[in-house]
Ligand binder design. Structure first.
Ligand code: FES
Ligand code: FES
Length: 913
């Protein structure tokens, strides 16, 4: 029963009529429109809904509205003072403490409560106060710094009026994220929208028979309809045009726990509370294929008719002659490695809404890939692409998981069917059950070196569990063979990678596309060889580091910007001092604590593997002097909304402060490709540089000015000043053209790559990122626990367009790498929430030091490459190397959960006894 409940919100008296048990978060968001309070789990696990209740932080999702009656609630919308960002918000902005921004309101609120009671907190105090709020992007360090520096001007960023590239300007979209105004997938849903919810398979494999669900729907109050596979015009989707294998709604077989069966449509409350098991759906369970060993069993069930032996794809790279090289080697290392499913755990679950406009459909959704979404929706609806518009909302984290469609197809189908807009927001368990994961892997490898430690041969075979559907499996199986030998020059190589189907969630894209799994193997091999040959572990990597002029595994000769050696050299002094400190600690230690130091190195091909992946960008000037970037690259928190204007500004010759942008709308921007594979800075960055140069050339041509002319903009007056003359162009007097612009610059860039031949030889990527990290860990040998104390990361990014954002990407990568190494293991049906599935919290993070190495890439914008994925890849091997150094345990399995390390320690102890 509803009741009128009065309370103060941000100092203003408010009254709502709601059932007393209604979650405060729902009341704030739905009744009062205060969508700055986010909902990441509805279970008290993520902290994104944190608000102040009489000055104390509480989870709004766990607080009933009855509890706040006559009390004082503060949300993020109440933090700004007189329309100005508060000191805390400004400190977040200065420190680059905001990435995707979905956790930012919760972080700000938690910090506000701390600072109210203690204006000068210690680092430990900050970690304690913010410990209940999860962030998946930043690695927390910049957030902690922002809180500690709230009363200082540390991190001050001066708005740039001259050169923008190379400067740590604040994120251009930071203000919206800091004030709660930014709209994510669930934040701007029309009030009159119908809602959808999918009934998902409770079993891993079996046959389903859908009964007369539509008749049952008619008996349920508030339920309008139920959609089944017969309602879907083309009931298949998938990443690759050949091989679309996943049904929108099952057409008879379910292949994983979470597979979609039917979709209920109706009023929000009715849909969200409907007992979906009441619908007549018969389920007959089959014996599932679980794990890679089962998938390889020749007697295993074949999960897709066109995929014998459950093999999705088989890729390999072959160079040189292995057998003689192995025979003649001074040292040969061998190993078997295994990793598990990892969940993206973006704090914003999948969300969006759609509506029919004439004969078109518009889909507003959190996504990493606007134009791919448009094409997929058109395919599912069997309509031309130009009848689909996709508008990206702000994206509260993606990491590869929002490259696949989720809510998009069913929303589009429903929107075309009904008169009203239709919305869908996944609950956290649904998000975790239904979405893609990082591929589990089993890797066997063999590395050989001569007596000087120089690699002579590498053999690796990697099997990846691609789950029930292909998703990005082909990409993983294609990328790993190229990268499996590591960032080293090796004359003789044979690396293969396969994707195998099982009855598990589809494994898809996740920061690194299989390279992090391979790096665990190749870096352990390097440690084995170093140990056997008595060479320092950093030194052996340095001796083998691939350099310009040398051939990669695919026979590609690196021309420039190959900074593996410089990254390792940059780590040398940290390596020496951390080894010394660990040694001193261990000598003084008599208890169960042991410290160790490890190093991990990696390389990463930027962009798609041997596939065209162009980006087109446009920048225009309007009659009223607006400089608009038509930016098709989706910012998922990594900062492309800021990086692209920075690059364009310097190419064009106008200050970055003059820019506005339109991000991603498929009607208004050209296809810049997906935000993945660390490609946006390199590929779209080059396109935007070319667009800026094109616009500049058109302006100069208009007034016949020389190349060195200076531009300035004052309202609608564009001034062009060269040595002799000052030209003033009144933009308002000129005719408009494309997109209502007076002048429009266009740039397109497609990195030069070639297909790989039958031996995997060719040029799969135009450029590569390189990185190495050193980790210091402390292991409790009695408990088997590992605490990472410090990571020093050296990354060759070509050119840091915005050094602060580069650091932020690396910090976030380290956090996810730490999770992969030590704690994250997704088990279907078991860890489907953020309580049982653990991601690093603020207290898990080590001190992080970033060294930016700039080996300029001639093809890149101002020399830049990419950094999104490289941040994560070296972290697990560095941690594992450190654990081995501390304990002697050679780590071959991720995550290294305490029980696994304890078992390995016990085994080692027995062997040494
Ligand atoms: S939404 Fe409340 S804690 Fe996650
Ligand atoms: S910035 Fe914290 S979750 Fe994205």
């Amino acid at each position: 029963m509803s009741a009128a409940i009065k309370f103060l919100v941000n100092g203003q008296p408010r009254s709502v009529t709601a059932a007393p048990v209604t979650r405060l978060s729902d009341v704030l968001r739905d009744d009062l429109g205060l969508t700055g309070t986010k909902v990441g789990c509805n279970a008290g696990d993520c902290g994104s809904c944190t608000v102040l209740l009489d000055g104390e932080q509480v989870c709004a999702c766990l607080t009933s509205v009855a509890k706040v009656e006559n009390r004082d609630v503060t949300t993020v919308e109440g933090l700004a003072e007189n329309g100005e960002l508060s000191a805390l918000q400004k400190s977040f902005e200065r420190h680059g403490a905001v990435q995707c921004g979905i956790c930012t309101p919760g972080m700000l609120i938690a910090a506000t409560s701390l600072l109210a009671s203690d204006p000068n907190p210690s680092k430990r105090d900050v970690e304690d106060a913010l410990g209940g709020v999860l962030c998946r992007c930043t690695g927390y360090q910049k957030i902690v710094d922002a809180v500690l520096d709230v009363n200082t001007s540390a991190g001050e960023i001066v708005p740039v009026s001259g050169h923008a590239v190379g400067t740590s300007i604040a994120k251009l979209d930071a203000n919206e994220k800091l004030t709660g105004r930014e709209k994510y997938g669930a934040d701007d849903i029309p009030k009159n929208a119908l809602w959808v919810r999918i009934l998902r398979s409770p079993i891993t494999y079996g046959r389903i028979t859908v009964g007369d669900v539509k008749s049952v729907a008619k008996t349920m109050t508030g339920i309008l309809d139920v959609l089944s596979c017969e309602d879907i015009p083309f009931n298949r989707f998938g990443i690759y045009p050949v091989g679309k294998d996943q049904p929108v709604l099952s057409d008879g077989i379910v292949r994983y726990r979470g597979d979609a069966i039917i979709a209920v449509v109706g009023d929000k409350t009715a849909v969200q509370t409907a007992k979906l098991s009441d619908f007549p759906v018969e389920i007959e369970a089959f014996a599932p294929v679980t794990g890679l060993d089962a998938a390889r069993d020749p007697t295993a069930a074949q999960l897709h008719v066109d995929k014998p032996q459950n093999i999705l794809i088989d890729g390999h790279v072959k160079k040189g002659e292995l057998s003689r090289a192995f025979e003649q080697a001074a040292s040969v290392a061998k190993g078997e490695f295994e990793t598990r499913f990892v969940e993206h755990a973006y704090i914003e679950p999948e969300a969006g809404w759609a509506r029919r406009v004439g004969d078109r459909v518009e889909v507003y959704v959190t996504t990493q890939a606007v134009h791919m979404d448009r094409d997929e929706i058109a395919s599912v609806l069997k309509i031309p692409k130009d009848r689909v518009r996709v508008v990206p909302t702000a994206c509260g984290g993606g990491f590869g998981g929002k490259l696949d469609v989720s809510v998009q197809p069913i929303l589009a189908v429903a929107a075309m069917k009904y008169e009203l807009p239709v919305a869908y927001v996944y609950e956290r368990p649904e998000s975790m059950a239904a979405s893609t994961k990082r591929h589990p892997s089993q890797i066997s490898s063999k590395f050989a070196a001569n007596k000087d430690g120089l690699l002579v041969a590498v053999e690796m075979a990697a099997d990846f569990d691609t789950g029930a559907y292909a998703s990005w499996g082909p990409t993983v199986a294609g990328r790993v063979p190229v990268h499996g030998s590591g960032p080293y020059f090796v004359p003789n190589i044979h690396v293969s990678g396969r994707g195998l189907f099982t009855n598990a969630p589809p494994a898809g894209a996740f920061r690194g596309f299989g390279v992090p799994q391979a790096a665990i193997a190749h870096e352990c091999m390097m440690d084995d060889l170093a140990e056997d040959l008595g060479i320092d572990r950093l030194e052996i990597r340095l001796r083998n580091a691939i350099r310009p002029g040398q051939q990669t595994a695919t026979g590609q000769v690196l021309k420039a910007s190959a900074g593996m050696g410089p990254c390792l050299e940059a780590l040398q002094s940290s390596w020496n001092s951390l080894l010394k400190s660990a040694d001193q600690f261990n000598k003084a230690q008599t208890g169960g604590l042991r410290r160790g130091v490890g190093v991990g190195a990696m390389w990463y091909g930027i962009g798609n593997t041997s596939l065209s992946n162009p980006s087109t960008m446009e920048v225009g000037l309007s009659t009223d002097g607006k400089l608009i970037l038509f930016n098709g690259a989706v910012d998922i928190g990594q900062g492309s909304n800021t990086i692209m204007p920075q690059i364009c500004a310097d190419a064009l010759g106008l200050p970055v402060t003059e820019f506005t942008y339109i991000m991603g709308d498929s009607d208004l921007t050209e296809d810049a490709g997906k935000t993945s594979a660390s490609r946006q800075t390199f590929v779209s960055g080059k396109a935007v540089e070319l667009a800026g140069l094109d616009l500049r050339a058109k302006i100069l041509r208009h007034v016949n000015a020389g190349d060195d002319a200076e531009l300035s903009l004052n309202g609608a007056i564009l001034s062009v000043e060269d040595d002799a003359t000052r030209h003033e162009i009144d933009l308002s007097a000129l005719e408009t053209g494309l997109k209502d612009m007076v002048f429009m610059g266009t740039g397109r860039f497609d990195p030069p790559t070639t297909p790989l031949d039958k031996n995997g030889q060719g040029t799969p990527y135009a450029t590569y990122g390189f990185a190495a990290q050193v980790a210091l860990v402390e292991v409790n040998v009695k408990l088997g626990t590992t605490k990472v104390l410090k990571i020093v990361a050296a990354h060759d990014v070509g050119r840091a367009i915005n050094p602060q954002q580069v650091e932020g990407q690396i910090h976030g990568g380290i956090a996810q790498g730490l999770g992969l190494a030590l704690m994250e293991e997704y088990v279907p049906g078991v860890t489907e929430n953020l309580h049982d599935y653990l991601i690093p919290t603020i207290g898990d993070m080590p001190e992080m030091e970033v060294i930016i190495v700039e080996e300029s890439e001639p093809l890149g914008p101002f020399g830049a490459k990419g950094v999104g994925e490289p941040g994560l890849v070296p972290t697990p091997p560095a941690i594992f190397g450190a654990v081995r150094h501390a304990t002697g345990v050679r780590v071959t399995e991720a995550p290294l959960l305490p029980h696994r390390l304890k078992a390995a320690l016990n085994k080692l102890e027995k062997r040494n006894a």
